[in-house]
Design a protein around this ligand. Structure first.
Ligand SMILES: [Zn+2]
Length: 217
């Protein structure tokens, strides 16, 4: 069983890289966001705690996040492997991983902040049907208008420059110490994804020795 963690700022293409690896090698993509949604629906004692915290506007503490991750990973015994996405987010969570779970390698996607800022700022959303666009890579046929429903395209408030810069700064502040800690136990491999996901994917496969694995598709 191959075990990987993938890390990268929002907009670095973590989901795309994970999906390509999982589709090819049959790994499971373990997104902590998905695990949380499932856990909350499960009506377990942890679910109750999480719901109360969220309803009161609190952040879910690291112990509970870690517990959900441990539980999710323990259900994967017969799979070909997993790619853990969204955990660890900080040094405390990294320490939990180190203490509890063996990982083959940590995949760190790297991209200059300015490139991410430009990518995120070029995103648009249909105000009617919520379809996503990117005015650089996937523009609508008519500027500012949704191809599907004719709705007006808008920019999310989250995607305004100041908000994006703050998210990126927060990401670096919490994950840099986490990556440093992870490197004391695990193999950490960094990949430059500035040229795009398709360019980086073969480099990741080669570096991690995946090309010798059987492909499921
Ligand atoms: Zn639309």
């Amino acid at each position: 069983m191959r075990k990987f963690v993938i890390m990268g700022v929002q907009g670095s293409g973590k989901g795309t890289q994970s999906r390509m690896l999982c589709n090819t090698y049959g790994f499971k993509h373990i997104s902590t966001g998905d695990m949380f949604r499932e856990e909350i629906q499960s009506q377990s004692p942890i679910a109750e705690k999480i719901k109360n915290l969220i309803n009161q506007g609190n952040l879910v503490p690291d112990e509970i996040v870690s517990e959900v991750v441990r539980k999710g990973l323990s259900q994967l015994d017969d799979s070909k492997g997993f790619i853990l996405d969204g955990f660890p987010r900080n040094a405390a969570q990294a320490q939990f991983l180190i203490d509890n779970i063996d990982i083959d390698a940590v995949i760190v996607l790297e991209i200059p902040d300015q490139v991410v800022i430009e990518r995120i700022m070029s995103r648009r959303l249909c105000s009617e049907c919520k379809r996503d666009y990117n005015i650089d890579f996937r523009p609508p046929t008519v500027e500012g208008i949704c191809d599907d429903c004719g709705g007006k395209l808008i920019q999310r408030e989250d995607d305004y420059e100041e908000a994006v810069k703050k998210r990126i700064a927060d990401y670096h502040a919490s994950t840099s110490p986490a990556i440093e800690l992870l490197s004391t136990k695990y193999r950490v491999e960094r990949f430059d994804v500035t040229k795009g996901s398709k360019y980086a994917q073969p480099l990741i496969r080669e570096c991690l020795g995946l090309s010798e694995l059987e492909e499921v598709h």
